[in-house]
Design a protein around this ligand. Structure first.
Ligand SMILES: C[S@@+](CC[C@H](N)C(=O)[O-])C[C@H]1O[C@@H](n2cnc3c(N)ncnc32)[C@H](O)[C@@H]1O
Length: 232
């Protein structure tokens, strides 16, 4: 049987700006776009990107909790993942992170930067949102980034949920949606990728898969790009 992380739920673990920059090829994104980070959790992307002049709104269901509660849940999830990793090292590519300790240090850096920024800016940057339904306005954002939420957790969230989240993102995003990775927790392409690309509801859109310069889960080095331009 294929090995994978054994997770009861979607975990509260976050990545850094550097990882987002590689996963989503942000070099080709003008800094003045209004970016929505979808299910951003304890990622430090919003904090770091804002400091660099990007216009980012982070959104996650966990933002109704206090910084202390979030930190405590994140620590538990991080420990649960780190305890399993020594038995799963073959599932991952150890290039971006040299080893398990380097990974842990990076994840701790991300959530600590997040907590500080969350305390300082609250709902100016961090909007509570329970996908698939949000209170955001039509086309409030130009680009939505979805990191480690859809596809990866196909055992936890079904196809109908994926569809609904993408429909909601199409409503609140004017230009494009980028989703990374497109593999599940076993490092296999999610069964929902082809299903989505052939879904009649989305056949007016340009949906493509692009190889990017970031890989942690082995084979997880592609992002999905959903382009809304030309569909109005
Ligand atoms: C693995 S974390 C990814 C965090 C961030 N995107 C990153 O890559 O660093 C998954 C996040 O999804 C959030 N989440 C799960 N289900 C959600 C839902 N229905 N609506 C909003 N957020 C959700 C969790 O709270 C968690 O922060």
């Amino acid at each position: 049987m294929d090995k994978q992380l054994n997770l009861k739920n979607i975990v509260l673990i976050g990545r850094t700006f550097e990882e987002y920059h590689k996963m989503f090829e942000l070099d080709n994104l003008p800094a003045n776009e209004h970016i929505l980070d979808v299910a951003s959790g304890v990622s430090s992307f919003c904090a770091e990107a804002s400091a660099k002049g990007y216009n980012v709104t982070a959104s996650d269901r966990v933002y109704t909790s206090s910084p202390l509660e979030i930190e405590s849940k994140c620590r538990q999830d991080l420990d649960a993942v780190m305890n399993q990793l020594p038995d799963l090292v073959d599932l991952y590519a150890w290039d971006f992170f040299k080893d398990v300790q380097a990974l842990k240090t990076n994840r701790e850096k991300a959530y600590k930067l997040f907590i500080e920024d969350f305390k300082n800016y609250g709902t100016k940057r961090y909007m509570p949102a329970e996908y698939p339904t949000t209170d955001f306005k039509e086309e409030q954002f130009s680009v939505s980034l979805v990191s480690h939420f859809l596809f990866l957790y196909e055992d936890h969230i079904n196809y109908d949920f994926h569809r609904k989240v993408i429909r909601e993102l199409l409503r609140i995003t004017s230009k494009e949606i980028r989703i990374f990775p497109i593999v599940n927790l076993k490092g296999k392409k999610s069964v929902y990728v082809d299903r989505l690309m052939h879904d009649e509801d989305f056949n007016h859109l340009q949906i493509s898969i692009k190889k990017v310069g970031y890989e942690f889960v082995k084979n997880g080095n592609e992002m999905m790009l959903i382009d809304k331009s030309g569909c109005n």
